[in-house]
Design a binder for this molecule. Structure first.
Ligand SMILES: CC(C)(COP(=O)(O)OP(=O)(O)OC[C@H]1O[C@@H](n2cnc3c(N)ncnc32)[C@H](O)[C@@H]1OP(=O)(O)O)[C@@H](O)C(=O)NCCC(=O)NCCS
Length: 329
């Protein structure tokens, strides 16, 4: 049997962190009132990274990808599949994955983007796993990357304080031991209206509303419900009892969603990776950025089981269980 083994992790965060206080000051200049206290209490966010106007998604993705390749001990010539999850591509086409392929000097295999908003990294990772298990790829680079700040309406305080920019990447390698144990992706298009950026390009002009809009409470409720049911299904499929799980690494949207999901699953917060306080919601980048943080903090251990979870616009969600290799470092 062929399995996908996690062999490398990388990250990229643009510039310096922007604290809630600094952001509140900038918004005050636009006549928008918010505070560190409101943001902290409702979301757990204390800061975010915001890309400057010259930084693109493919730049962040390539930086994260380069670090993941180095961690895996692989060269660009070893990679035969590139998938980038993003909702903020550099340009309409070619795909961000093709631009990353070019930036990293990868000259073989397919490269394509996946668009599933904040579930994008889970969709990309599950897809790469299917490629590897089908014998169609040996070393896959899977990236979640966003400059989500470009989609924000800075006059809408109910959304603009929640998001940030960044990229996270992993390398999956075909090996004889798992690796990825189980995954499940879901979408319910009938809820497309609760979280969207409903603008498009038509005849050289933007048509519709090109900024993110959200029904916060509807998203909150669906996120908690879908994360719990999806976790239960995938853990059962992987043969892992929630109390035996090594680490839960969920999408980082809101501290209260993380706490509620963990509580429903009976998983103590010490076994949940929290990065939303530092990164805010970086959409498709949030799960690999949280994995990178856990790795930096020495929390990813050989043989450990992980449950990764994504949830977001579409409405989409997904979970993936994996076991780190006995020689993972
Ligand atoms: C967005 C979210 C934090 C809002 O929290 P909430 O408790 O639902 O707050 P509400 O939207 O009911 O707003 C409460 C009040 O705060 C105000 N408010 C909203 N944003 C604010 C801000 N940045 N600063 C200060 N006040 C704010 C509202 O205007 C409202 O005031 P009112 O009572 O006078 O009308 C919460 O709904 C949430 O986290 N939802 C999920 C979001 C998410 O995870 N999205 C991404 C999924 S991938």
């Amino acid at each position: 049997m062929i399995y996908s083994q996690l062999r490398g992790i990388g990250h990229a965060l643009p510039g310096n962190p922007v604290s809630n206080e600094v952001l509140a000051g900038r918004l005050a200049e636009l006549g928008i009132e918010t505070s560190d206290q409101w943001i902290r209490e409702r979301t757990g966010i204390t800061q975010r990274y915001l890309a400057d106007p010259t930084t693109t998604t493919s730049m962040l993705a390539a930086e994260a990808g380069r670090e993941a390749l180095a961690h895996a001990g692989l060269a660009a010539s070893d990679i035969d599949l590139v998938i980038v999850a993003t909702s903020t591509p550099d340009i309409i086409f070619p795909s961000t994955a093709c631009l990353v392929q070019k930036r990293l000097g990868i000259h073989q295999g397919p490269a394509f983007d996946i668009q599933a908003v904040c579930s994008g990294f889970l969709y990309a990772l599950a897809t790469a796993d299917l490629y590897i298990r089908a014998g169609k790829a040996t070393n896959a680079l899977v990236v979640g990357a966003e400059v989500f700040s470009r989609l924000l309406d800075w006059r809408d305080r109910s959304t603009c304080v929640l998001f940030g920019d960044g990229a996270g990447a992993v390398v999956l390698r075909a090996e004889s031991q798992p690796g990825i144990l189980a995954h499940r992706l879901e979408a319910r298009g009938e809820f497309e209206n609760i979280l969207r950026a409903a603008g498009g390009v038509h005849g050289g002009a933007i048509q519709g509303h090109p900024f993110l809009t959200m029904e916060g409470q509807a998203v909150f409720k669906m996120a908690v419900e879908s994360l719990e049911s999806s976790a239960r299904q995938v853990l059962a499929e992987a043969g892992i009892a929630p109390e035996d799980l090594g680490l839960l690494i969920p999408h980082q949207a809101n501290m209260r969603i993380l706490q509620m999901t963990a509580k429903r699953l009976g998983i103590p917060m010490e076994r949940v990776v929290v990065a939303v306080d530092r990164h805010a919601n970086t959409s498709a980048a949030s799960v690999p950025l949280a994995m990178h943080l856990a790795h930096q903090e020495g929390r990813l251990l050989p043989g450990q089981t992980l449950l990764l979870q994504g949830v977001g616009g579409g409405f989409t969600w997904g979970s993936l269980a994996l076991r780190l290799a006995p020689d993972f470092a």
